[in-house]
Design a protein around this ligand. Structure first.
Ligand code: PMP
Length: 433
């Protein structure tokens, strides 16, 4: 039977800063205002009658028929909530939508030892989670290559970044096991593992079911929390049915509560709207919220209200229809990009076909030894008018790599063709020199 990790167990996973953080003396009392009959002199909220907004009208594409527009409006109580300070973890109406989503997508029911917190994008909640869990100098497990956006978080804390090998099937669980088995007895064990399981940034890889299960089993055996950063979950376009998330899979483990999941609406609704959310064990979410209460009080109520208004008008089936359209869009982009790779870089580069996300990760075959893409991509390719990212950017501990990350999300077909031809010329020139 699945048991939840006891709340006290999380003390080990909290950073000293999180343990020492005092709750906001005001925000914690907000719920008391709701008791009927209470006259509240508590919060320094501005009087909403002075706010000039009277309604916010939205027009959006219908998720089932893109030629049609649907209109919705944020007004009345929803507008009042959107314009005012609100709960630290997020606007209640929007949080309810997220609970429903997580139940439908990941089989996680509200009230079963986990909760959500809304952030200004997933980056916001990832950063706060890292600060809530990692102490200066801690060892942290990070997949390698890794999303470059988390490296500065760990570097600023002078963490010992333990690179966990990956391939096109995700984290190599055997390598992870070997790291943990050979962990020096005098060194503090890692408390977290960071991974992007769908359409990884930068490698495009999607972790297979076996690998996910093995990593989860190791989390239990070696007592760490998996930071499941999954902004490309809805951008899965593989042929096979999708794999369950870590957040789902842990329900089948003897113990639940080892996954802190991050979702993002950036890749499916808008990146500028800045909405992401963390879902996971109550004590970790509480630590994230305590950081928010100090850092920015809360994520914008208004963006949450606007987002909710659209999602509510669409309904869950509309949301699904929309995400399917988005993933089909990226699948076509992937196919166009791969077509150009085949035409122009066969024998000059190696790659695996991504099944999710928006990145190709390819290895330049420069002849001779392993090679290094750094100067070729940063200088030579740029001189020829093509800009990509050398793989070094994504190596937690630095070093050389012949890999390159190319984003295929934005380009039109003719631009892809031209970019890959330019890369071909660059590689041919490098092979000659
Ligand atoms: N994680 C990964 C792996 C990403 O690629 C990104 C976006 N580049 C983020 C987190 C942050 O996304 P956002 O804050 O827009 O939700």
């Amino acid at each position: 039977m699945t048991q939840s990790l006891a709340p006290e167990s999380y003390t080990r996973f909290l950073s000293d800063a999180a343990k020492e953080r005092k709750p906001s003396p005001i925000r914690g009392l907000y719920p008391l205002e709701a008791r009927p009959g209470v006259i509240s002199l508590l919060a320094g909220k501005p009087n909403a009658t002075t706010f000039p907004f009277t309604s916010i009208k939205l027009t959006a594409r219908s998720p089932t028929d893109p030629s049609r527009e649907i209109e919705t409006e944020v007004n009345g109580k929803a507008l009042a909530e959107g314009l005012q300070y609100g709960p630290t973890a997020g606007l209640p109406s929007f949080c309810e939508w997220v609970y429903e989503l997580q139940e439908r997508e990941h089989g996680r029911k509200k009230g079963e030892g986990w909760r959500v917190s809304i952030g200004a994008g997933s980056q916001d909640v990832i950063y706060k989670a890292v600060m809530a869990m990692v102490n200066p100098g801690d060892s942290v497990l990070v997949e390698c290559p890794v999303y470059a956006g988390v490296l500065p978080m760990f570097q600023a804390l002078h963490c010992d970044l333990i690179e966990v090998e990956t391939d096109s099937h995700g984290i190599k669980s055997n390598s992870l096991r070997s790291i943990l088995q050979n962990w020096p007895s005098t060194k503090q064990r890692p408390k977290v593992l960071y991974t992007v399981p769908y359409g990884c940034n930068p490698t495009g890889m999607t972790a297979t079911l076996d690998r996910r299960q093995e990593v989860l089993a190791l989390a239990r055996e070696y007592d760490f929390i998996i930071l499941e950063d999954d902004p490309y979950y809805y951008l899965y376009y593989g042929d096979a049915p999708r794999y369950p998330s870590y957040f789902t899979l842990e329900l089948k483990q003897p113990e639940v509560g080892r996954v802190l999941r991050f979702d993002s609406l950036s890749k499916i609704l808008s990146s500028g709207i800045r909405i992401g959310f963390a879902s996971g064990p109550e004590p970790l979410l509480q630590a994230i919220d305590m950081h928010t209460a100090v850092a920015n009080l809360q994520t914008s109520s208004l963006t949450q209200a606007i987002t909710y208004s659209l999602l509510d008008a669409w309904g869950y089936s509309g949301f699904k229809a929309h995400t399917e359209t988005v993933s089909r869009f990226y699948r076509e982009k992937r196919d166009v990009f791969e077509g150009a790779l085949r035409r122009h870089l066969e024998g000059l580069a190696e790659w695996s076909t991504p099944e999710a996300g928006m990145f190709f990760w390819f290895k330049l075959l420069l002849g001779g030894d392993e090679g290094d893409s750094e100067s070729i991509i940063r200088t030579k390719a740029y001189e020829r008018g093509v800009l990509a990212l050398p793989g070094t950017v994504f190596l937690p501990r630095g070093g050389k790599t012949a890999y390159v990350r190319a984003a295929f999300s934005l380009l039109a077909e003719d631009e892809v063709e031209e970019a890959i031809k330019r890369l071909r010329q660059t590689i041919l020139e490098a092979r000659q020199s």
